[in-house]
Design a protein around this ligand. Structure first.
Ligand code: BGC
Ligand code: ZN
Length: 342
């Protein structure tokens, strides 16, 4: 629902941001359905929205480095006092006592204005103004990929082949960022590629595989090469399980979707253990992103725009904020990202 709230009053170290556009994703859908999320302590409602581009409207007297009319995107997570959080890595919070704006214990950006301290604001160059509303999900895959490369420092590693399961925005961003790094990418979902997705695959030289017939298990055979990287971005437990069985020798499987519910299907643990040990395989999970990943995302968005101009914009369907009342827009199929214009 839409409600009136007070315009935030900024303190001397805060920045007032006027919101331009807000993106909605699967997490927002779950919050809307009451399955996830948490209002701030003492509040009976949560202002949603954790993906937003805005423009600086006002700066407190003690703020350095920001001025009126600059474009900004805010990060999502806010730290507690654990060692990772106090060192700028709240995405690796050790306690779970972090908050997340628009998701967990803190209001988000689906409002005319929000206020924030400079540490959590990332400046956006004009050249990506039209697509930077997607910087937050884009930063999620930047984190995942940088973690993959950090983990694989355990050996000499020259990855050639990656499989990305899922072609929602996160899956597509992962595929794009891997392509920027010169890796052959197979993008997998259970449909034949069409429309916008097909345009993106063609522009970036990504191969699409429809797994609806043969399943995920046959991918190593279909692809015929050692799969160095698997990224699971479907939210589907079958795909999580499938990802475990396709990771190649010395390969790494990154689970990236917040997979809800329960799935009790059995798997052969002995075989899984055997394959993981004999093939030096790794499975790990990755959530959220910190400022460094947003900054990597800015650079990669600029690069995508330069090399494949226009593909990011194709992912967006825009709605006026009044459409927020009819939550159905989140199910709109033709495009991937729903963006609300404030
Ligand atoms: C957001 C992340 C967040 C996660 C879990 C995702 O939709 O992009 O920033 O950490 O949800 O709440
Ligand atoms: Zn923490």
């Amino acid at each position: 629902m839409v409600r009136d709230v007070d315009k935030p009053a900024i303190g001397s170290n805060e920045v007032l941001v006027k919101v331009i556009e807000v993106g909605m994703d699967g997490t927002d859908k779950e919050i809307g359905e009451g399955l996830y999320g948490e209002a701030p302590a003492g509040s009976e409602y949560l202002i949603v929205g954790h993906e937003a581009i805005g423009v600086v409207e006002d700066v407190g007297s003690g703020v350095k480095g920001f001025k009126k009319d600059e474009l900004v995107v805010a990060t999502v997570r806010r730290p507690d006092s654990c060692i990772n959080c106090v060192n700028g890595q709240s995405d690796m919070c050790l306690t779970g006592n972090y908050t997340e704006r628009g998701i967990k214990g803190a209001h988000g950006y689906m409002a005319e204005y929000y206020k924030e301290v400079p540490d959590f604001l990332v400046k956006i160059p004009d050249s990506i103004k039209g697509v930077a509303v997607m910087l937050e999900p884009f930063s999620i895959t930047e984190k995942a990929i940088s973690q993959i490369f950090a983990i694989q420092k355990r050996m000499i590693w020259k990855p050639h082949t990656a499989v990305v399961l899922g072609t929602g925005s996160v899956g597509l961003f992962a595929a794009m960022q891997l392509r920027l790094r010169g890796i052959d990418v197979f993008s997998v979902d259970r449909s034949s590629a069409s429309g916008v997705k097909n345009d993106i695959f063609e522009a970036l030289g990504i191969e699409h595989i429809d797994s609806s017939k043969d399943g995920i298990g046959s991918l190593p055979k279909t692809i015929g090469k050692n799969i160095d990287i698997v990224i699971e971005a479907t939210g589907n437990p079958d795909a999580v399980r499938g990802s475990l069985g396709i990771t190649g020798i010395n390969g790494v499987d990154c689970l990236l979707s917040v997979t809800g519910g329960t799935s009790m299907e059995s798997i052969d643990i002995a075989k899984l253990g055997y394959d993981m040990v004999l093939g030096n395989r790794i499975v790990f999970g990755s959530v959220n992103s910190n400022r460094a990943h947003f900054e990597m995302g800015v650079n990669d968005m600029i690069e995508v725009e330069k090399r494949y101009g226009g593909v990011l914009e194709k992912l967006i369907t825009r709605f006026p904020v009044s459409a927020f009342k009819t939550y159905d827009v989140l199910n709109e199929k033709s495009r991937i990202k729903n963006v609300f214009v404030m």
